[in-house]
Ligand binder design. Structure first.
Ligand code: PLP
Length: 395
């Protein structure tokens, strides 16, 4: 998976883009720039700094050399003109909305997007900025066409989406958006640019939480926006980031660069492990249904084959039981899967993402309260399957 020229370019971006040995005393690892400002010899020199260039720095809220190296790597990897790094994925998402919408804007949003995105729309963008939202499945192109309004400015996508790993046809949606005059935004955290490059399919803005696969070691929180439209990206950098003040710190940027160097290797392993575990679960008599983009039973296997070059090790499933207590006990008995949210690090995790959600949320997402989501870390599929097996046996 992920073979060919694209993959070779990805590998070079991850290992070498932005490192510039000559610039940093021939160090193979560029330093952490723990400074808040840069000073110049003359007022003229100071006034002529171009903060959009690779080497133009004034103050660490608008740019930092370590953060810039990270941005250059991600822009190269995602095939964007520029990447803008934030202190969290949610800060990046918020910046994307403020950069593309205004008070009174209408937003189209996929039903099963990341919960805090929905909460942000429902509690902040709606009541405080008078934005309206229409939730759509994302799979029904006619439903999208019908939902577009005169003031529709943005469509929020996530593919595959976190709960039951539904995907949407990115090329088809980007085509509608261009024709009807709104921007498209996708949360690409689950696959990373190694397995999916939405800008290549016409999507305007790609967001990654770097707290997951990109950081990869459960030790940082961060986010990034990537795009091809230089005017939009400069606005995001100089208004949405500099003025809101949500830039990532240099130490976190350095750790993320370190995580990225092994991203391709980790994603290939994640793909392998995720598939092995998904297939094991699908063939188990006590498992009712498995949701994973790598299974041939996925109802949208054709779209997946077209736009994904691999799969993550995040998957969900339902046990063959009507009892929520059984499901909780099953999860509690797992030894290698820590009970916790998040994913993308070295350690495996299990969560019942819908356990405490109100009925309306379940209806909107169209998924079961008893859904179990697991993230397979780097412990290896043999260990993980043995752990799942001992807990399933006791069911
Ligand atoms: C964690 C997560 C986010 C939010 O990222 P933060 O860095 O925690 O703000 C967004 N989208 C998805 C799919 C996530 O899993």
């Amino acid at each position: 998976m992920g073979v060919g020229k694209d993959r070779e370019e990805d590998l070079l971006a991850l290992t070498h883009v932005g490192d510039e040995y000559d610039k940093y005393l021939h160090a193979v690892v560029p330093p952490v720039f723990l400074n808040s400002l840069h000073v110049y010899d003359s007022v003229e020199d100071y006034n002529s700094v171009d903060i959009f260039s690779d080497d133009g720095f004034i103050y660490a809220r608008d740019g930092n050399p370590t953060v810039r190296i990270l941005e250059r790597k991600i822009a190269a990897l995602e095939h964007g003109s520029r990447a803008v790094v934030f202190a969290s994925g949610m800060a990046a998402f918020t910046a994307a909305v403020f950069a593309t919408c205004k008070a009174g804007s209408h937003i189209l949003c996929m039903r099963d997007v990341y919960m805090p995105v929905k909460r942000m729309i429902d509690t902040v963008f709606g009541p405080r900025f008078g934005m309206t939202v229409t939730f759509v499945s994302g799979n029904d192109l006619q439903e999208i066409e019908d939902a577009v309004q005169e003031n529709t400015d943005l469509m929020i996508l996530e593919s595959p989406a976190t709960f039951v790993f539904r995907v949407v046809d990115l090329k088809a949606i980007a085509e509608i958006a261009k024709r009807r005059g709104f921007k498209t935004y996708i949360d690409n955290s689950c696959l990373t640019p190694v397995f999916q490059k939405p800008l290549e399919m016409g999507i305007d803005l790609v967001m990654h939480t770097m707290s997951k696969f990109m950081g990869g070691h459960s030790d940082i929180v961060g986010g990034v926006l990537v795009g091809k439209d230089e005017e939009l990206m400069r606005r995001i950098m100089s208004q949405m980031r500099e003025l809101f003040g949500g830039i990532m710190g240099p130490m976190e940027a350095w750790l993320t660069i370190r995580g990225l160097r092994t991203l391709e290797v980790r994603m290939q392993r994640a793909c392998e492990t995720g598939l092995a575990v998904a297939e094991y679960l699908e063939n188990h008599e006590k498992v009712k249904r498995v949701y994973h983009t790598g299974l041939s039973s996925h109802p949208q296997a054709d779209i997946i084959a077209r736009q994904q070059k691999g799969h993550s090790s995040l998957l969900s499933f339902e046990l063959d039981t009507d009892s929520v207590e059984d499901v909780v006990c099953f999860a509690d008995r797992l030894k290698l899967f820590g009970k916790g949210c998040s994913w993308g690090g070295h350690e495996s995790l299990v969560i019942l993402p819908l356990y405490k959600e109100p009925e309306e949320a379940l209806e909107l997402i169209r998924a079961d309260r008893k859904l179990i989501r697991i993230y397979c870390g780097l412990e290896g599929s043999v260990n993980l399957i043995a752990d799942l097996e001992q807990s399933l046996k006791q069911l």
